[in-house]
Design a protein around this ligand. Structure first.
Ligand code: ADP
Length: 480
């Protein structure tokens, strides 16, 4: 069986619809709904008011008629009644009948009435004692009781609806035309509105595509709507950050390759010297071997920094906290810098309180302190003096650490950025400990993971003081 064939029919992900189309569709639906409701409402209002008007009109005709009938109850006055009925019929476009108790016509223009509901409504009228109005075949009928020729009778006023219905039809036609017009206008307006709302998003998508191709010079255009403008601001910020990070990474690669090259060249050169010149001269050979060892240490330090940053950034490195002697840890680190005092005239002045204990990851905090002392060594002034303090702040249950140098200091412009990854103030000068622009980023990450306070005070021309506040804890009594 060829399973591969099935792949052809693999379900394709549904293509998302455009915002413009969706908005336009919803706007149109709302416009349709609103105009339908309005037209239905106006037609019902017209119908109902027609009904009320007809009822009032028929009631007034009927009461006028009944009044006259009530007063003219002898045959001699029949002529007067006929004239009134004739007048009422002509003036009001109605037909008038006088019916006996069973609904038979006593007076009227037709001999017979084609009216299915007459008897039912006669009963209704008798029972309630009130006039009754009903509708049949689009005509209105108004029944009311009256004494005619000394008998209990009823008058029936018939109103042919055809007259009103024409007016109503014209009205309905008007309503439909207006509705269609409103719908058309709202279709156009909603299309324009949908376009206005979706255009900035479309342009942002195009800009993002451009950016994805590596063009960081693009800028996300803002819009008049708050949300879209917020989005464009965030995207512009993200773009700037990506741009910076790319630039920093490029610089780091250049720096690291440069910093790797120098010790490698030295190692090669000194190894050749041992091979060719100093092979049998122990003193010279040892001297050359020491250079190779020092340069290898620098290389290892550099590679370590790069590895540490990537480990810390990707959270592979967990913090293993324990209580440890910070004083001992600091002396241990300072020992690593002895060679600078012995060989390069550096002076490290220390003021360290004895046996101070803290709680944290000793290995990582040792790296933090090492980085700060290295920086002090790298950036101190001509006097090559460095001042290290570790003081017990009993009142606050803290241990205050400072590493001070006498160098150029850091300008206010650079100060906020020195903790950023790959950040280096571009200055050419010889440094005894090679840096990568990662040291302070490692310091920041580790101290933040511990939740310790830290910072720097620096004034240009007066040097810098980096500080950390460690929590002070009781030493652990060793268990026997
Ligand atoms: P680097 O490897 O370049 O020393 P860091 O992350 O340790 O990287 O420091 C970042 C930048 O901060 C340095 O390039 C330097 O410009 C500045 N900086 C750090 N420590 C000091 C200091 N003690 N005095 C002056 N500038 C410093």
């Amino acid at each position: 069986m060829d399973w591969g064939i099935n792949l052809k029919y693999k379900a394709q992900p549904k293509k998302p619809k455009s915002v413009k189309l969706i908005l336009w569709r919803y706007f149109t639906l709302i416009a349709l709904l609103v105009s339908t409701v309005i037209s239905l409402l106006s037609i019902s209002i017209v119908n109902y008011s027609t009904y009320l008007m007809t009822r009032d009109k028929l009631a007034s005709i009927s009461s006028e008629l009944n009044g006259v009938i009530g007063m003219q109850n002898n045959v001699a006055q029949q002529d007067n009644l006929s004239t009134l009925i004739y007048r009422l019929e002509n003036n009001n476009s109605v037909e008038i009948y006088i019916l006996d108790i069973d609904g038979a016509i006593l007076f009227g223009r037709d001999e017979q009435l084609e009216n299915k509901h007459l008897n039912t409504n006669l009963q209704k009228m008798k029972q309630s004692g009130n006039p009754v109005m009903y509708r049949e075949n689009a005509d209105y009928y108004y029944l009311s009781s009256v004494i005619y020729q000394k008998q209990e009778c009823s008058t029936l006023v018939v109103f042919h609806y055809s007259f009103y219905s024409q007016t109503q039809q014209t009205f309905v036609r008007c309503v439909l035309i207006v509705t269609a017009l409103i719908l058309l206008i709202s279709l156009i307006i909603s299309y324009l509105l949908a376009q206005k709302l979706s255009d900035p998003l479309k342009s942002m998508a195009q800009t993002a595509d451009e950016m994805a191709k590596g063009n960081y010079e693009v800028s996300f255009a803002s819009a008049e709507y708050e949300e879209v403008s917020h989005l464009s601001d965030s995207l512009n910020y993200a773009k700037e950050e990506i741009k910076k990070s790319e630039q920093f990474q490029r610089e780091l690669l250049a720096n690291v390759s440069h910093d790797l090259k120098t010790p490698l060249t030295m190692i090669k050169a000194y190894a050749s010297m041992i091979q060719e010149i100093s092979g049998d001269n122990k003193a010279k050979r040892d001297q050359h071997l020491q250079v190779i060892i020092d340069e290898s240490d620098r290389l290892a330090g550099l590679v370590n920094d790069v590895l540490n940053v990537s480990k810390i950034s990707s959270n592979i490195d967990q913090i293993n906290k324990k209580v440890f002697n910070l004083t001992d840890l600091l002396y241990g680190i300072l020992n690593k810098f002895n060679y600078l005092q012995d060989t390069q005239n550096y002076h490290i002045y220390v003021d360290i309180d004895a046996d101070l204990y803290t709680y944290g990851d000793a290995e990582k905090l040792s790296q933090v302190i090492y980085n700060l002392i290295s920086n002090a060594v790298n950036y101190t002034g001509e006097d090559k003096n460095i001042y290290i303090q570790l003081k017990d702040d009993v009142a606050n249950k803290r241990i205050h650490f400072t590493a001070r140098d006498t160098g150029k200091g850091i300008s206010k412009d650079h100060l906020p950025y020195i903790w950023d990854r790959y950040y280096r103030v571009q200055e050419e000068h010889e440094r005894p400990v090679k840096g990568t622009g990662l040291g302070l980023h490692i310091v920041k990450t580790i101290l933040q993971k511990h939740g310790f306070d830290y910072g720097v005070k620096s004034k240009q021309g007066e040097g810098s003081t980096f500080w950390i506040d460690f929590p002070e804890v009781e030493s652990v009594v060793p268990t026997i």
